[in-house]
Design a protein around this ligand. Structure first.
Ligand code: SF4
Ligand code: MG
Length: 337
């Protein structure tokens, strides 16, 4: 299968007064056509920075994509694109949905016009055609009375409806690649589910490849075929959704799964939050980045970075527990949820 996107050894730093913050420290992954990949981790783990790099949104002089990083879109490195190639890619190939739809939308323009503009640019529609199609786009994302709603401004929509408008705008470009950066984080649980269903539905209908970025593993269970778990600027585990939920291999993934709120519990409380804080990326540790919070930490964990161990079918985790010489420990059993 041909990868639509392949990220190889991506390194992104931010230059601050305090020094160089190494936000993304050698991230590699791929995405196949029509597939949904989730990138999951706590805030500050580098997942949004990774998304920004793919969208060409890392800006100097503060932001820097390090030499040796590659982002291959259909085999060509977007980091080497000239201006006109970038324009083509960012407008027509790749779209992004952010958490904060209100900030992303133009507050002074009716939503119909914002959708129509994209249709005119990317699908070469006339003004009249685009205006008509904008109504259909709102209908497609489940906004009631679309003929009336196209005439309204972003502030006249609820949070959930506004996120639907964002989805309509993103799909108006007819993208091949859709990046969703915490698209439902600001919404209540029922609305979250509706928005995820719309994204999933459109992904299937339009054969879009999706990268879903979230801090909440609960969000990705129904949408992602594969999951990459990020910690401290690195992917510490990746595999199929089944691998990650049922046979996770990395202690950080174990902790993440145990911290997903369980709806079967009466008060929907978080079962466990992960004690401690992620390492300072101004001065990352030489060993395993999770060593300061890991209850399985051994001496070697603080001294050397664990290499990725490969399990079946592309499932991999970077943890010393899986080294053949490591002492055997009782790992939690996640089978059966
Ligand atoms: Fe924990 Fe060591 Fe594995 Fe890191 S390498 S996750 S510290 S056991
Ligand atoms: Mg973020």
């Amino acid at each position: 299968k041909k990868h639509i996107l392949e990220v190889k050894n991506l390194k992104v730093s931010y230059h601050t007064y305090a020094g160089e913050v190494k936000s993304v420290r050698g991230v590699s992954f791929y995405l196949d056509k029509g597939e949904a990949l989730a990138i999951v981790g706590e805030s500050g783990c580098g997942k949004s920075v990774t998304a920004k790099a793919i969208m060409g949104l890392i800006k100097g002089p503060q932001g820097e994509i390090k030499d040796g990083s590659e982002i291959l879109y259909n085999g060509s490195n977007i980091l080497k694109y000239n201006k006109s190639k970038w324009k083509e890619y960012k407008g027509g190939e790749c779209a992004i949905i952010f958490q904060d739809a209100l900030a992303a939308l133009n507050p002074t323009m009716i939503v119909g016009k914002q959708i129509a503009e994209n249709l005119m640019v990317h699908k070469q529609m006339s003004k009249q055609e685009a205006a008509k199609e904008a109504v259909e786009m709102l209908r497609l994302v489940g906004i009631p009375e679309p003929e009336k709603r196209v005439e309204q401004y972003p502030h006249e929509f609820s949070g959930g409806m506004r996120q639907r408008v964002m989805i309509a705008i993103a799909f108006a470009c007819d993208p091949n690649l859709l990046i969703c950066d915490e698209p439902t984080t600001a919404l209540d649980v029922t609305i979250q589910g509706q928005i995820l269903d719309i994204i999933k539905d459109l992904q299937k209908k339009r054969e879009v490849s999706v990268i879903m970025i979230t801090h909440d593993l609960g969000v990705v269970a129904n949408i992602a075929q594969r999951i990459a778990v990020m910690y401290s600027g690195m992917i510490v585990e990746s595999g199929s959704a089944k691998d990650i939920f049922y046979t996770p291999k990395h202690p950080y993934t174990w902790a993440l799964i145990q911290s997903v709120p369980r709806l079967d519990l009466e008060n929907k409380q978080t079962l466990m939050s992960i004690p401690g804080t992620p390492p300072d990326l101004l001065d990352p540790p030489v060993g395993c980045p999770f060593s300061t919070r890991c209850s399985y930490c051994m001496q070697i964990c603080r001294e050397a970075m664990p290499e990725a161990t490969e399990f079946e079918d592309g499932h991999q985790a970077a943890c010393w527990l899986h080294h053949p010489m490591a002492p055997k420990v009782d790992m939690p059993d996640f089978r059966g949820g």
